[in-house]
Design a protein around this ligand. Sequence first.
Ligand code: TMP
Length: 428
Amino acid sequence: MAVRTNRAVIFDLDGTLTQSEEGIFNCVRHAAETVGAPVPDDAALREYIGPPLAYSFRAFMGLDDETAERAIAAFRKRYHRVGLFENRVYPGIRRLLRTLKARGDYVGVATGKHGDATRRILDHFGLSPFIDSVCCAADGRSEKADIIRGALPESFSEAWMVGDRRFDMEGGRAAGIHTIGALYGYGTAEELEASGAEVLVESVQALIDFLCPGQEPPRGAFLSMEGLDGSGKSTQIALLTDALDRWGFEVVHSREPGGTRVGDMLRAIILDPDNPEITAETEALLYAASRAQHVRELIRPTVAAGRVLLCDRFVDSSVAYQGGGRELGVQHILDLNAAAVDGTLPLATVYLDINHEAALKRRHAATAPDRMEAESDAFFARVEKAYRELIRRDPERFIVVDATQPPEKLGEEVARRVLERLMADERP
Ligand code: TMP
């Protein structure tokens, strides 16, 4: 644990840590439908972010008092059930909060939202471990300055309020602390400057550069996805990327063979159907060569920069395809890859579990096969068997999921289980 500094940094929630319009828009639409009012378009929906609901439904939707009350009730019901999770952590925010924590700063959240919703959002997105205090409107305070005071520690030598709206800047000034206006949120530069922002930042990265100059980023993570050709990897990678992005993890994609310029050149050689003379040993070494470059040129630097490297296949593919499929042996391929991998293994590996017959059917429905995909069914049966052997040897690392489920449902399971691992790994 870092030595405690005497600095406190307090954040607003909506528009500063999280981008909340999706949930708010969906709940306003739902409220309009419930009371039979016309559903506002996106431009009109923007107006609803910020002001109190009671005001918005009357002023923007033109509802009378009784109908507005019903609209608010419909809004709140949906919001507390699903709307508050229809939210995105701004990219870089996790890295910022982790960096502040590692520095030893005190981190607080001060928001006009209700405490219950705020805490549920922070828990859901795994941000609570980096936050020392949360102060909300319903905690007996309504003025933003009071809420900000409530989020501050008892003593500090320096404190900053970071927010995206006028109330945050005015509140910070009234509480006697420094202010930073976040331009990536919902306010404008004019609004923030006029209300007393001392510093304006265009992006989360600029906020990190300002608050933590020269500070080493926290470690990111390395993830891989594995499965037989036809297991649905591309779809699942896209769905997982979307979920990680929503949680504010900064994803970098890669694949094997490939991932680097030299790796892509090796990939072209390996997969070219016009290279039938490649021997099994040569093939195994070419995959390992691509991997050796990938680990050093891309995987390690990405993780060191605090980002999440999500790789389509890694060493397990060599063990399954060359060790199993080509019958070079599981242990032989592990030994041959030891220098390439050099201890860099994924934090978690998703295995899309589908038997080789089902995978074959899916493959035949797709594009023209490359040199590997054109292999026999017996080959893929051995690949599958070797994957099972790997999972048996390293059950902690693998996340095995039933890949015959509908893609969306499978995507939800993959995201839930991967996020659990990532959030456990980054806890201070
Ligand atoms: P892809 O089609 O999933 O991009 O993978 C390329 C092919 O290469 C696929 O059939 C699996 C195979 N492969 C191996 O045989 N050994 C390996 O080490 C890797 C990474 C892939």
